[in-house]
Design a protein around this ligand. Sequence first.
Ligand SMILES: [Zn+2]
Length: 102
Amino acid sequence: MDDVVDHLRGRGDPLPRGSVYGIVEDLVHSGLVQLAHAGPGAALYELFRHEHSHFVCQRCQSIFDVPTEAVSLPPMEFAASVSRVQLVIQGVCQDCLKANLG
Ligand SMILES: [Zn+2]
């Protein structure tokens, strides 16, 4: 969110923070932008391109996109249909593993 405010300011189009929040909320409701659930920290907004989830490194907080099509769901007798799947997968990324070994 701060990135958006900074970007607009840098472009010479400063907007009050409250306006930016309102616009982003509208985008989220319209489905063009999704609020990514990536654990604690600043809320992460991203353009809605395709359904995907996130791997979050617990050491460096890097976030990697994970295609959710590859995830198989458990049986859910209670669900009539599934419209979206979003997972947060936590672990340690390759860079942190190498840094740890080196
Ligand atoms: Zn890492």
